[in-house]
Design a protein around this ligand. Structure first.
Ligand code: FAD
Ligand code: SIN
Length: 527
C-alpha cells in the first residue's frame, strides 16, 4: 500500500488507535495474514482516551473470592435499571480471557509481594477487582498494543489522518437518502493533515473506534482528540445512535484553573480510603449514600455538584492525609508527582478537586457482535452504545468493553469475510466550490461557544429551560458552521467543530426526549 496515493484500497479500515481499534487490528491482522489492514488516527499514534486511563480494568480474576454474579450485579446497579442484562453477563464472563490476551501482549499489571495480581477497588464495586499498572494503566496498555501493531507486517498505521465521513450510498449513488433505508459502508474520506489532501480509503470492512466526546464540555478529563467524530460521522451516515444523554461526570478531577484537559485523581484513590471533604473540611458523603465515597460515580458527582452550589466555591477536597504514604506513592506515583509539582504534599495537604466530564455511556448502536445498523460497518469502544452501561457506567468497565467488543467483531468477521466483496466505483472527494481564505478565529470562537453552551445548560443538572436554550443556540451554530464547511478549504479544526456541534446537538435532543431521571441523567423538572 502506498500511503501517498489519493486512493487507497484496503481490506480492513480501522478508524482510531485506542484500546478498541488496536486490539481489533491485532486480531484481524494475525488471523487474515494475507489481508491488508489500515489503521488511521487523527493525531500521534498513541493519543487517545486510552492513554490517560488511570484506575484499571475490572474483571473477576479470582473466582474463589469474587464472582461473575457480583460483577454483573454491581454493573446493573450502577446502570440504574437501563443495562441490557444479557450484554452485561456476556462482557463480565468474557473479561478474564480478554485480560489474559492483554497480559500476553505485554501489559504487566501490578502484582502483590506474593506474586498475585494486585486488585484495586473503585466506586460501585462490591469487591476488589481492578487490574492496574500503577496509576497509568492506560499508557501501559496503549504502549504494549502499539508495540505489537508495529511488529505486525500487514498493518499499515497512518497517523495524522483524520476521518471526515464514512462512505455509503449517500456518496456512491449521489441520491437523497432516508434514515430508515439500509446502507452499506465502503470506507471513509480521510484528510491527510500533513499533505493537506483528502484521500479516499475504500475497505471491505470498516471499524469505527473513535472514542469519546469530552471536548464538547469546558472541563473534561478527555484529551483534545475526543471531539465526538465517530458519533457525528455515524449519525450523518444514518446509523442508529442512542443513550447519548447519559454523560458521565467524574467526581474528582484536580482543580487547577487553566489546565485543559483536567488531570484526573483516580477513583481508585477513594478505593484506597481517601475521604471527600467540603470546602470547610467537613465530610458530607454520608448525607447522600450509605456507600459514602464509594457510591457509584453519578451519585458522588451529583453530591459534589450540590455541595459546590451550596458553598459557592469552585472546588472541595480529597483528603489522603491519613493514608500510608509509601504504599500510596507506590500505587499512585503519577498522581503523587502531579500534586507535588503544584505544591500539594498529600501527607499534609488536601487535594482540591471538582467534577469534570469524563465519559459518554451511549453512542452508535451495536449488537453483541459489534455490528452497527450499517452493513460492513462495525464499532467498538467508547463510541458505541452496547447496553453494558445503561444510565451510568460502572468504573473500569470501559476499557473492558473496548476489548470484549473488538474481539466479538473479529469473531463475527472471521466467519463472513470471504463473502464480502471489495467496493467498486467509489467517487473521489469533491472539493469544488471551496475558497481558501477563511478566518480561523471563527472556528475558535464557535468551538468555545459549543463548550460554554454545553457546560452551562447540559451539565450534571439540567432543566427544560436550559435544554431549550442549548438547542436554540446550537441551531444557530449549526447553520453558521454549515456555511463555513460548505465553502472553506477543509481543516481538522473545521471538521472537528462540525462534529462537536452535531454531538452537542444530539446530547441536547436526547436529553429533551428523556422523561425520567436515571443514573447520570438528571433534569430538575422531572423530579
Ligand atoms: P480512545 O482510546 O479514545 O481512542 C480513540 C481513537 O480514535 C484515538 O486514537 C483518536 O485519535 C482517534 N480518532 C478520533 N476521531 C478520529 C477521526 N475523525 N479520524 C481518525 N482518528 C480519530 N476506563 C476504564 O475502564 N478504566 C480507567 O481506569 C479509565 N480511566 C480513565 C481516565 C481518563 C483520564 C480518561 C479520559 C478516561 C478513562 N477511562 C477509563 C475511559 C477509557 O479510557 C475510555 O473510555 C477508553 O479508553 C476508550 O477507548 P477507545 O479505544 O474506544 O477510544
Ligand atoms: C479512574 O481511574 O477514576 C477512572 C476509572 C474509569 O473511568 O473507569
Amino acid at each position: 500500500m502506498n500511503a501517498d496515493k489519493k486512493i487507497i484500497k484496503t481490506d480492513f479500515l480501522i478508524i482510531g488507535s485506542g484500546i478498541a481499534g488496536l486490539s481489533y487490528a491485532l486480531k484481524i491482522a494475525t488471523h487474515f495474514k494475507d489481508a491488508s489492514v489500515t489503521i488511521i488516527t487523527k493525531s500521534e499514534k498513541s493519543e487517545s482516551n486510552t492513554k490517560y486511563a488511570q484506575g484499571g480494568i475490572a474483571t473477576v480474576w479470582d473466582n474463589t473470592v469474587d464472582s461473575f454474579e457480583r460483577h454483573i450485579k454491581d454493573t446493573l446497579i450502577a446502570g440504574d435499571g437501563l443495562c441490557d442484562e444479557d450484554v452485561v453477563k456476556m462482557v463480565v464472563e468474557n473479561a478474564p480471557a480478554r485480560l489474559q490476551e492483554l497480559i500476553d501482549w505485554g501489559v504487566a499489571f501490578d502484582k502483590t509481594n506474593i506474586g498475585n495480581y494486585s486488585l484495586g477497588r473503585e466506586g460501585g464495586h462490591s469487591h476488589d477487582r481492578i487490574l492496574h499498572y500503577k496509576d497509568i494503566t492506560g499508557a501501559a496498555i496503549e504502549n504494549a498494543l502499539i508495540e505489537q501493531v508495529e511488529k505486525t507486517k500487514n498493518i499499515h498505521f497512518l497517523s495524522h489522518h483524520f476521518a471526515i465521513d464514512l462512505i455509503t450510498e449517500h456518496q456512491v449513488k449521489k441520491k437523497q437518502t432516508k434514515r430508515l433505508e439500509k446502507f452499506t459502508c465502503y470506507g471513509a474520506y480521510v484528510l491527510d493533515e500533513q499533505k493537506e489532501i483528502v484521500k479516499t480509503i475504500t475497505a471491505k470492512v470498516t471499524m469505527l473506534a473513535t472514542g469519546g466526546i469530552g471536548q464538547v464540555y469546558i472541563t473534561t478529563t478527555n484529551p483534545t482528540v475526543a471531539t465526538g467524530d465517530g458519533i457525528a460521522m455515524a449519525y450523518r451516515a444514518m446509523a442508529e445512535v442512542s443513550d447519548v444523554e447519559f454523560i458521565q461526570f467524574h467526581p474528582t478531577a484536580l482543580y487547577n484553573p487553566g489546565e485543559y484537559p483536567a488531570f484526573l485523581i483516580s477513583e481508585a484513590v477513594r478505593g484506597e480510603g481517601a475521604i471527600l471533604r467540603d470546602y470547610y473540611g467537613n465530610r458530607f458523603m454520608k448525607n447522600y449514600d450509605e456507600r459514602e465515597e464509594l457510591a457509584s460515580r453519578d451519585i458522588v458527582a451529583r453530591a459534589i455538584d450540590h455541595e459546590l452550589k451550596k458553598s459557592g466555591m469552585p472546588h472541595l477536597y480529597l483528603d489522603c492525609t491519613h493514608l500510608d504514604y509509601d504504599s500510596f506513592k507506590k500505587h499512585f506515583p503519577n498522581i503523587t508527582e502531579k500534586c507535588l509539582s503544584l505544591g500539594i504534599d498529600i501527607r499534609k495537604d488536601y487535594i482540591p478537586v471538582c467534577t469534570a466530564q469524563h465519559y459518554i455511556c451511549g453512542g452508535v448502536n451495536v449488537n453483541k457482535k459489534a455490528k452497527t445498523t450499517i452493513k460492513n460497518l462495525y464499532a467498538c469502544g467508547e463510541v458505541t452504545r452496547t447496553g453494558l452501561h445503561g444510565a451510568n457506567r460502572l468504573a473500569s468497565n470501559s476499557l473492558l468493553e473496548g476489548i470484549v467488543y473488538a474481539h466479538n467483531a473479529f469473531e463475527n468477521i472471521a466467519i463472513r469475510f470471504d463473502k464480502i466483496k471489495a467496493p467498486k466505483n467509489i467517487p473521489n472527494w469533491n472539493d469544488s466550490g471551496v475558497v481558501k481564505n477563511m478566518e480561523k478565529v471563527l472556528i475558535t470562537h464557535d468551538r468555545n461557544e459549543v463548550k460554554t453552551i454545553m457546560s452551562n445548560y447540559v451539565g450534571i443538572v439540567r432543566s427544560n429551560e436550559r435544554l431549550l436554550r442549548a438547542e436554540r443556540k446550537l441551531k444557530i451554530l449549526y447553520e453558521d458552521n454549515k456555511r463555513l464547511y460548505d465553502h472553506s478549504e477543509l481543516s481538522v479544526d473545521l471538521c472537528e467543530l462540525r462534529n462537536l456541534i452535531t454531538t452537542a446537538f444530539l446530547i441536547t435532543r436526547f436529553s429533551k426526549v428523556r422523561k425520567e431521571n436515571r443514573g447520570g441523567f438528571y433534569n430538575v423538572d422531572l423530579d
